[in-house]
Design a protein around this ligand. Structure first.
Ligand code: IVH
Length: 705
């Protein structure tokens, strides 16, 4: 173990460090010296040499490695930055699911959490539970895998089960050690969880530079951090100056594959070990509290010091310290029952409401947006705030010229909490909602309508260019088809040029023409082509969501995509079929059905298919919560006919628990068909195919049992 006292890491810079540069041991010593000082600087915030001295040593290493590339090692500090590595964001499965956290906002919530922990652990209400309290970092989650002491994989959280691999990016973070002596602890493979962050001052510097370069500014340090993790250029990650805090040892096995997690008694012991091994862990803000009352005091204490943190934190995380008790508590599919986040109060500031603008959305909804005097809120300058709809304006009694209280709850979306009528001068004026569509692209005034049960006024002119444009902007956005680099400005430009009239045209662009446009070039055109090619292969749940079907959100799109082999299956779905899906209500069902009843929509999808857009169910469209050790794991299943002992939904749930994926049609994709009474065409088709295993209801039950 290296210690600062051991003077071996101080090197006389006046001498050339290596007399014989090809000497492997000497070269490794130089690396160790650099790694030691990196740790002092990046992890312990306690540098022992100046930046200049560090740079001199670093340059020596670069020079020698350039001369003798055969001597470069995987853990060399020079290997953190790679100029030619591109990240393809492959989906990788986490060793254990990366769960989220339940939230609490006050002492009562914390007490309820404490009570539930005691119940789960079978302890009486007067027992004291020991908790570890640490900051809730507001950045991007990361999962790091070390095998045989080497960092072999880094991934984002993704959907919790699968993350996006971004190892080259993570390697550029100085606080992520590339080599760690896990073997000293008997650990052969470990997976760690943590958060990648950008310091507040660093964030401001980055934004100033971006402003100078005419680039769009990041809204907050978190966006800069998560974007930095997911960039395709590892050098860009490095430039953002991300730091990684590790807050959990999620997985640790020895050479025989035996889990070593139980060798730690407490969460804090795991963290201490990681700290000792050279990771950046909570910096003395973590503390062990004897009971929940101590937790109350501590979270309030840290809340009062929130602004003093170098990093954005949006709360504290409270974790049961004993790992045995953690195990007793278990987890839901969403969060561990042994931990909870205590969220700090949202940041608030007062401002003046100057004016209201009206935006037309992708389905014609009119959203009033307040323009306010700029205020700095939790690290972001806010000058526009959505007022949602007319009712919101009325309920808050908002007037032009009012002083208003603005809040940025935890993360991103600013919100008007209230106005201050007592501060009015008498010059404030009423906000008058428009009667006619503000976009008015037809030159004829279109009267807005409000449908029953809806809060928003809508423009009924669905051919309106503005709506169409918004649909295309949504289609390419991150939430929908995620066409990287193809933002709003490109859509507007190609739309103005008449190149894209609806979303299908996006997949039939002429890249030669694009490369000739002012401000473009071959490289930009190639980038667009690559991004579009990637989007062509998207899972169909993304495609469904991207169609701007009223009320069809991400979750419902996924639920529907899980059930279809091909998007055109929906052309034949009656309303009842949608309603069979848990969590799909009549409004979504009606909207999706009527969208698919519209021939012009089907033509558009057909054009998209002919331009290579995927309309068939993919692996990513399949339900995630399949049991991997079930008897049917990896198989697809379909129930047909009337089942005698259970309903269709129960049967499907049982099948999923046994690892099977329920699908809706008989095709060569189908592995098992379970037939109830009066099975009809599906049974016949399966028999004709010959490849499908056909089970009676009883045979199915016998197999599961
Ligand atoms: S523990 C199973 N500890 O918060 C354990 N999470 O809202 C779950 N986060 O995605 C996580 N600081 O990335 C934990 N000290 C901390 C954390 C922390 C930030 C993030 C984490 C997670 C999110 C959940």
């Amino acid at each position: 173990m290296y210690t600062p006292e051991s003077q071996q890491y101080f090197i006389d810079l006046s001498k050339n460090f290596l007399n014989s540069p090809a000497n492997k041991e000497e070269l490794q010593k130089l690396r160790d010296v650099l790694i030691f000082h990196e740790r002092k600087y990046y992890i312990e915030d306690n540098p022992l040499i100046s930046d200049f001295e560090y740079d001199q040593l670093y340059k020596q290493l670069v020079r020698i490695e350039e001369e003798y590339p055969g001597l470069i090692t995987n853990d060399s500090p020079t290997q953190r930055v790679s100029t030619d590595l591109s990240v393809d964001f492959e989906a990788v499965q986490h060793t254990v699911p990366m769960l989220s956290l339940d939230n609490s906002y006050n002492e009562e919530d914390l007490n309820n959490f404490d009570t539930s922990v005691k119940k789960l652990c079978g302890l009486s209400s007067d027992t004291d539970i020991e908790y570890c309290v640490e900051p809730k970092y507001d950045g991007g989650s990361i999962a790091l895998i070390y095998e045989n002491d080497i960092l072999v994989r880094a991934a984002t959280r993704g959907n919790g089960t699968f993350g996006e691999e971004m190892t080259p990016n993570a390697r550029t973070l100085p606080s992520v050690p590339l080599k760690v002596k896990f073997s000293d602890k008997g650990i052969m493979k470990a997976e760690l969880r943590g958060e990648a962050l950008i310091r507040k001052d660093n964030f401001e510097r980055i934004n100033k530079e971006r402003e100078k370069d005419g680039l769009t500014l990041f809204a907050n340090p978190r966006n800069a951090a998560t974007g930095g993790l997911r960039t395709k250029d590892a050098n860009e990650t490095r430039k953002r100056g991300l730091e990684a805090f590790i807050y959990q040892l999620a997985y640790a096995i020895d050479k025989e594959g035996k889990s070593l997690l139980s060798t730690f008694e407490t969460h804090i012991a795991g963290i201490q070990m990681l700290k000792e091994l050279g990771f950046k862990t909570p910096q003395n803000e973590e503390a062990v509290c004897k009971n929940i009352n101590e937790v109350h005091d501590l979270v309030h204490y840290w809340e009062s010091l929130r602004d003093n943190f170098q990093y954005e934190i949006d709360g504290m995380v409270i974790k049961v310290n004993s790992l045995k008790l953690q195990e007793k508590c278990g987890s839901t599919t969403h969060h561990p029952r042994w931990a909870i986040a205590f969220k700090f109060k949202a940041k608030q500031a007062t401002s003046k409401l100057i004016s209201v603008e009206y935006q037309v959305g992708k389905i014609g909804s009119i959203t009033p947006v307040a323009k306010i005097e700029s205020v700095y809120l939790a690290g972001v300058t806010v000058s526009s705030v959505s007022l949602h709809n007319e009712d919101f304006i009325k309920s808050k009694d908002l007037r032009l010229g009012d002083t208003v209280l603005v809040e940025r709850a935890g993360d991103v979306i600013p919100y008007i909490v209230k106005s201050f009528p007592e501060l009015r001068s008498g010059k404030e004026t009423e906000i008058v909602f428009p009667e006619f569509c503000p976009a008015n692209t037809t030159h004829l005034p279109v009267r807005l309508i409000k449908e029953e049960g809806e809060a928003a006024w809508r423009c009924p002119n669905c051919l309106c260019g503005t709506q169409n444009l918004q649909k295309m902007i949504f289609h390419v956005s991150k939430d929908a088809m995620d066409i990287d680099g193809f933002g709003k400005s490109y859509v507007e430009r190609f739309y103005d040029l008449g190149w894209i009239k609806d979303i299908s045209d996006i997949y039939n662009l002429d890249y030669d023409k694009i490369s000739e446009l002012e401000g473009f070039g071959k490289k930009s055109a190639d980038n667009i082509r690559n991004a579009i090619n990637k989007a062509r292969k998207n899972p169909i749940h993304r495609l469904l969501h991207s169609l701007s079907i009223h009320h069809l959100g991400k979750k419902a799109s996924k639920l529907i995509a899980e059930q279809i082999g091909h998007v055109f299956d929906l052309c034949h779905w009656p309303i009842e079929r949608y309603l069979e899906i848990k969590d799909i209500g009549p409004v979504v069902a009606e909207n999706v059905k009527s969208w698919f009843d519209n021939a012009s929509h089907i033509d558009m999808l057909k054009r998209m298919e002919s331009y290579g857009v995927n309309l068939t169910q993919t692996e990513e469209d399949m339900p995630l919560e399949l049991s991997m050790d079930g008897i049917f794991y990896g198989k697809t299943i379909l129930f047909t006919g009337t089942l005698q002992t259970m309903g269709r939904k129960d049967a499907e749930e049982l099948a999923a628990k046994a690892g099977a994926r329920n699908i809706s049609a008989v095709s060569t994709n189908l592995n098992i068909l379970v037939v109830g009474e009066k099975a009809g065409s599906k049974l016949k088709k399966a028999q004709e195919l010959g490849s499908v295993e056909i089970l009676t209801e009883q045979e199915f039950l016998d197999k599961i049992n």
